[in-house]
Design a protein around this ligand. Sequence first.
Ligand code: UT7
Length: 351
Amino acid sequence: MRTKIAGIGHYVPEQIVTNDQLAQYMDTTDEWIRERTGIEERRYAIKHKESTSSLGVKAAKIAIERAGITPDDIDFIIFATLSPDYYFPGCGVLLQRELGITKREAGALDIRNQCSGFVYGLSIADQFIKSGMYKNILLVGAEMHSMGLDFSDEGRAVTVIFGDGAGAVVLQPTKDENQGILTTCLHSDGTHAEELAMINPGSHGGYHLGTEKFGYPDVDVPGGVFVTQKMVDDNLLAPNMTGQLVFKTAVVKFPEVIKEALEKTGLSTDDIDILVPHQANLRISQFVQKILRLPDEKVVNNIQKYGNTTAASIPIALSEAWEAGRVKSGDLVCLAAFGSGFTWGSALIRW
Ligand code: UT7
């Protein structure tokens, strides 16, 4: 038994935000952003009208329709995001409610693996399908970064990179030996957990990093304080990133985890028909392409239009490539991701 992608879809918000528009709020330029990241524009959801789960719902509806099923056929939901609608509950149940998946009261699992969330979700779904537990799993990767970015000069290195969007797939069992997920590889290294992170608000209370600096004052109650005035005043409620460390680690880990998947399946880089890397930075993807010696037509890049959409980037890119006819039956599709955690992973799929 193997797991196949039976339907795929994506949705990106209509609002386009160009580099020049961002330059109106922070000290940056179109030239700097294009040169360092390849990004030309990104999409932002309409604040107060859209949310991470609503973007996910739109992508999921397309994937479900393309799989030729209805929402009530879904027997498990996996939702990957780092920008959920609520701190809790997760987006999985919000999507379930919105799609009206009520008949089976399908389980909903939320995963928080940031940029590699989709690959992790795919691996989890694969195990559930292969074990025979579920027959129609809906896997969604969605982000609404625009709601939590720092639009001051201080946040510019992070803010210019990220965008909003969603992608979804429906996964089903197949007995066809020439189709489906061949393998997945998952890894992590928490040594650099805070190098690409949004650490406040959280339960750490300064435990890992020093109380004062991270905004937790002593208060006269047995517990802590979730959001403090100091966090607001010192701008400690936004993501932070040590960009160069992330870049340098990514360009090593991407090829490593792709080669691991190829070795596990007895295949080589020449066998790859299409590589869909997580859209972290165009320069990272170009580096990986060069190391693997892949021609341009075998690598999918759409970061120019959407920025880095974290858990949504692979399903959006895969969906666009599929729509454009770049992913055909029998193709060997390679997915790979690296990001916050650090966590990273790869998947090989015979389409
Ligand atoms: O999904 C995984 C998520 N993240 C990534 O994959 C990110 C990986 N890292 C990167 O993509 C790159 O490190 C960045 C694009 C984030 C930054 O590029 P960089 O070439 O590593 O720049 P840098 O951080 O070394 O900064 C160079 C200069 C600094 O100025 P000084 O100190 O040389 O005067 C920054 O302050 O660029 C400045 N800078 C900016 N200037 C204009 C940082 N951000 C900006 C900006 N606009 N947006």
